[in-house]
Design a protein around this ligand. Structure first.
Ligand SMILES: NC(=O)c1ccc[n+]([C@@H]2O[C@H](COP(=O)([O-])OP(=O)(O)OC[C@H]3O[C@@H](n4cnc5c(N)ncnc54)[C@H](OP(=O)(O)O)[C@@H]3O)[C@@H](O)[C@H]2O)c1
Length: 323
């Protein structure tokens, strides 16, 4: 039985690992072009395998193909026979060039796309809205009061903005549930910019996105550095996938492989296990998958526990190879 953690102070209980559903964007829109267009059957299998291996929650967004990911998730959950009470669904409002009023205007589209499944967590995708944080949080609080969503989160918010969002919600008797941010062994920004400390102080869950560095921490690009030139999308243009960066981070991958060997695990599983245990219960992670075997690999990272000395050693080596 996989452990459950409370999402912020909401009473909603989630597994340390969820499934990120950006990969279900159907190749649509700017965000959707990052990943290949997956067949329905592949998406269904990724969701089924995640459920089978204990994952109880799913993160999607309006921006992922303009609702395509939400519709795919709805279809895949139904195909797997999941009921509302078995699972937790998180989605996000797209704030780009939009005022807060669009949170209320678009909620029926989110509900329609997600069909049978209620919105347990609704997040502001990033701080790019035309409206103030006050207006956005009040619009979200209205949805909670109307019973349309169960809790409120933000994403890509800095420490001050997060604190402000929390304070505004508190005036309405609600706690900010989460801040979804870029966080993994080789990207430690939130440890330095106050986001992690603020979350800890206020009881806000950190949802780590890109938790295996978009595949980097699986070690597959270190095993075959030419692999990056053979994949479509934007990753070949990113600095961390260049050959020099791959060589720099190799000592961490070697350690992840060594530790994985002692737990009958994989480097990706060790990287995920580190992320969801190094700060106690504060951080949960939402790896994405383009293939069913990856969903299984990632979900099974919940089946073992790194020791304190392993957590510390991995931390030390990751810091030494991070720029
Ligand atoms: N809020 C935000 O602004 C934001 C931003 C980014 C992501 N997110 C969320 O976070 C989720 C995860 O982030 P992400 O997709 O950027 O990064 P990620 O989870 O670190 O990496 C996912 C990719 O890595 C590869 N992979 C996954 N598991 C693997 C394994 N076990 N072994 C080898 N390769 C594996 C797959 O791509 P290949 O098979 O193609 O290599 C997969 O698509 C997204 O689905 C989305 O829900 C949110």
């Amino acid at each position: 039985m996989v452990e459950l953690r409370e999402l912020g102070k909401t009473g909603i209980r989630i597994t340390p690992i969820g499934l990120g559903c950006w990969q279900f964007s159907g190749g649509r829109g700017l965000a959707g072009r990052f990943w290949p267009n997956l067949d329905d059957g592949v998406e269904d299998e990724i969701v089924r395998i995640s459920l089978e291996h204990g994952v109880n929650w799913f993160d999607t967004a309006e921006m992922y193909g303009g609702g395509a990911s939400e519709r795919s998730l709805n279809r895949a959950l139904k195909a797997a026979g999941a009921t509302q009470d078995d699972i937790v669904v998180a989605t996000k409002w797209n704030p780009i060039l939009r005022p807060a009023g669009s949170i209320r205007r678009t909620i029926s589209n989110r509900q329609e796309a997600l069909g049978d499944y209620r919105i347990d967590l609704h997040q502001v995708h990033n701080p790019a809205s035309l409206s103030t944080i006050r207006a956005q949080m009040n619009a979200m609080a209205d949805l909670v009061e109307a019973g349309k969503i169960r809790s409120v989160g933000v994403s890509n918010f800095r420490a001050r903005a997060m604190r402000k969002a929390h304070a505004i919600l508190q005036n309405r008797g609600i706690s900010l549930a989460s801040n979804q941010v870029h966080y993994h062994l080789l990207n430690r920004r939130i440890e330095k910019n106050g986001v992690l400390d603020t979350a800890k102080e206020l009881g806000i869950t950190i949802i780590a996105y890109s938790p295996i560095g978009q595949g980097l921490l699986s070690g597959k690009f270190h095993d075959d550095p030419d692999l990056i030139s053979r994949i479509d999308g934007f990753r070949p243009k990113l600095r961390q996938f260049r050959r020099k960066a791959i060589e720099k981070t190799r000592p961490l991958i070697d350690l992840l492989k060594y530790v994985a060997g002692t737990h009958d695990a994989t480097p990706a599983q060790v990287a995920l296990n580190w992320l969801v245990h190094f700060h106690g219960d504060l951080v949960v992670a939402i790896p994405g998958a383009t293939k069913p075997y990856q969903a299984k690999d990632n979900a099974r990272s919940m089946n073992f526990r790194l020791s304190d000395s392993e957590l510390a050693h991995i931390d030390e080596i990751a810091r030494s190879v991070s720029s």
